[in-house]
Design a protein around this ligand. Structure first.
Ligand SMILES: Cc1cc2nc3c(=O)[nH]c(=O)nc-3n(C[C@H](O)[C@H](O)[C@H](O)COP(=O)(O)O)c2cc1C
Length: 224
């Protein structure tokens, strides 16, 4: 059977955390965003916005995020991400994802400094040429996050189709007030996550990270 180009894109996409310095042309970024925005949404509300953070604003934001994280600053997050408490099946998946990442880097389980060094890179948007902060209008319930999630996946696949790579950065959601301050936003903007986007560095060992998925019968059943 002829390979389907869309399915090949879906299979090829993975999170990339090491980027070349090669800049991303504005028209390519805009094209990716416009394709992402073709995602469906309930009542076509199209929740969410993207802030392209550049130059001195990006530098100051990253510096302050790193400082906040190193200093153990704890902010109240705009929304909950992980179930509390985390059921064991989900915890196992989380641990496997971490092992895939740190395994690719050769960072041992007890190497706190090595893990911290990688975690800190979240706040530098993995040094990607494009740093995006994803926001959503305050007040949306779970449906809004569902809609925005579709847009985010659309963005990842549109980027992939143009030879670009991405990594979502949920870690940014830990510092919503700090981010709003740097971006000149008020509390009507929920800080959802960041996105690092650019051309993957083939020499970066971190990009060898590969995750697996659970089996079909773990999440699909037939009734009737
Ligand atoms: C909403 C969201 C937030 C994420 N946040 C982070 C993050 O803060 N740091 C990171 O290194 N990876 C982050 N990731 C990447 C996930 O770890 C990754 O998607 C998952 O392990 C599956 O791997 P894959 O994207 O390579 O298929 C995030 C992904 C999503 C969808």
């Amino acid at each position: 059977m002829t390979p389907n180009p869309f399915l090949q894109l879906v299979q090829a996409r993975h999170s990339v955390r090491g980027f070349l310095d090669t800049p991303v042309a504005d028209h390519d970024l805009h094209d990716v965003l416009e394709h992402a925005r073709l995602a469906p949404s309930g009542a076509n509300l199209q929740p969410g916005s993207f802030v392209h953070v550049k130059g001195a604003v990006r530098d100051a934001l990253s510096a302050n995020l790193v400082r906040a994280w190193q200093g153990g600053l704890a902010e109240v997050e705009d929304y909950d991400y992980f179930p509390k408490p985390m059921p064991m099946t989900l915890r196992r998946r989380q641990v496997a994802a971490a092992q895939a990442l740190y395994g690719a880097l050769g960072v041992a389980r007890d190497d706190r400094a090595g893990r911290d060094a990688q975690f800190e890179r979240n706040f530098r948007f993995f040094d990607a040429p494009v740093a995006l902060v994803v926001t959503m209008e305050h007040g949306f319930g779970s449906g809004g996050y569902m809609d925005l999630g579709m847009t985010l996946y659309g963005l990842m696949l549109a980027a992939q189709a143009k030879g670009l790579a991405t990594c979502a950065i949920g870690a940014l959601a830990s510092y919503p007030s700090l981010i709003r301050q740097h971006l000149g936003l008020n509390t009507s903007s929920v800080i959802v996550c960041g996105i690092a986007l650019g051309y993957a560095d083939p020499a970066a060992t971190v990009n060898q990270t590969r995750t697996t998925r659970c089996e079909l019968n773990d999440y699909f059943k037939v009734v009737g």
